[in-house]
Design a protein. Sequence first.
Length: 81
Amino acid sequence: MEVKKLTPAELEGLLPLVWDVFLEYEGVQYPEDGKRAFWNAIHDPAYLSALCACGAFDGGEAPRRHSSPPAAGAAMWPCFS
Protein backbone atom coordinates (compact mmCIF):
# COMPACT_ATOMS: atom_id res chain seq x y z
CA MET A 1 0.00 0.00 0.00
CA GLU A 2 1.28 3.44 -0.91
CA VAL A 3 0.22 6.59 0.92
CA LYS A 4 0.54 9.75 -1.10
CA LYS A 5 -0.76 13.28 -1.35
CA LEU A 6 -3.83 13.40 -3.59
CA THR A 7 -3.88 15.55 -6.69
CA PRO A 8 -6.86 17.88 -7.10
CA ALA A 9 -8.29 15.51 -9.73
CA GLU A 10 -7.89 12.49 -7.43
CA LEU A 11 -9.55 14.36 -4.57
CA GLU A 12 -12.44 15.43 -6.79
CA GLY A 13 -12.92 11.83 -7.90
CA LEU A 14 -13.14 10.72 -4.28
CA LEU A 15 -15.81 13.21 -3.22
CA PRO A 16 -18.60 10.61 -3.55
CA LEU A 17 -16.63 8.39 -1.12
CA VAL A 18 -16.09 11.34 1.23
CA TRP A 19 -19.81 12.13 1.18
CA ASP A 20 -20.92 8.49 1.66
CA VAL A 21 -18.60 7.97 4.61
CA PHE A 22 -19.64 11.27 6.16
CA LEU A 23 -23.34 10.39 5.87
CA GLU A 24 -22.90 6.92 7.30
CA TYR A 25 -20.53 7.62 10.18
CA GLU A 26 -20.74 11.33 11.03
CA GLY A 27 -23.79 12.80 9.34
CA VAL A 28 -26.19 10.81 11.49
CA GLN A 29 -25.28 13.19 14.33
CA TYR A 30 -25.65 16.38 12.25
CA PRO A 31 -28.80 18.41 11.68
CA GLU A 32 -29.83 18.94 8.05
CA ASP A 33 -28.17 22.38 7.89
CA GLY A 34 -24.92 20.82 9.13
CA LYS A 35 -25.07 18.16 6.41
CA ARG A 36 -25.75 20.86 3.84
CA ALA A 37 -22.76 22.87 5.12
CA PHE A 38 -20.49 19.83 4.75
CA TRP A 39 -21.80 19.16 1.23
CA ASN A 40 -21.18 22.79 0.28
CA ALA A 41 -17.67 22.71 1.75
CA ILE A 42 -16.58 19.62 -0.18
CA HIS A 43 -17.95 21.13 -3.39
CA ASP A 44 -16.30 24.52 -2.90
CA PRO A 45 -13.16 24.81 -5.06
CA ALA A 46 -11.62 27.39 -2.71
CA TYR A 47 -12.11 25.11 0.30
CA LEU A 48 -10.78 22.06 -1.53
CA SER A 49 -7.73 23.95 -2.77
CA ALA A 50 -6.85 24.79 0.84
CA LEU A 51 -6.83 21.10 1.83
CA CYS A 52 -3.92 18.74 1.81
CA ALA A 53 -5.48 15.28 1.52
CA CYS A 54 -3.67 11.95 1.43
CA GLY A 55 -4.91 8.57 0.31
CA ALA A 56 -3.78 5.00 0.71
CA PHE A 57 -3.47 3.36 -2.69
CA ASP A 58 -3.48 -0.41 -2.91
CA GLY A 59 -1.79 -1.68 -6.05
CA GLY A 60 -2.13 1.72 -7.70
CA GLU A 61 -5.89 1.81 -7.13
CA ALA A 62 -7.45 4.84 -5.47
CA PRO A 63 -9.17 4.50 -2.10
CA ARG A 64 -12.60 2.96 -2.34
CA ARG A 65 -15.60 2.27 -0.17
CA HIS A 66 -15.24 -0.63 2.23
CA SER A 67 -18.10 -2.57 3.75
CA SER A 68 -16.84 -2.01 7.29
CA PRO A 69 -16.13 1.28 9.05
CA PRO A 70 -12.88 2.77 7.76
CA ALA A 71 -9.98 2.39 10.16
CA ALA A 72 -7.94 5.51 10.83
CA GLY A 73 -5.91 6.04 7.70
CA ALA A 74 -7.51 3.22 5.76
CA ALA A 75 -8.84 5.36 2.92
CA MET A 76 -8.32 9.09 3.14
CA TRP A 77 -7.41 11.64 5.78
CA PRO A 78 -6.08 15.18 6.00
CA CYS A 79 -2.33 15.52 5.93
CA PHE A 80 -0.14 18.40 6.99
CA SER A 81 2.77 19.69 4.98
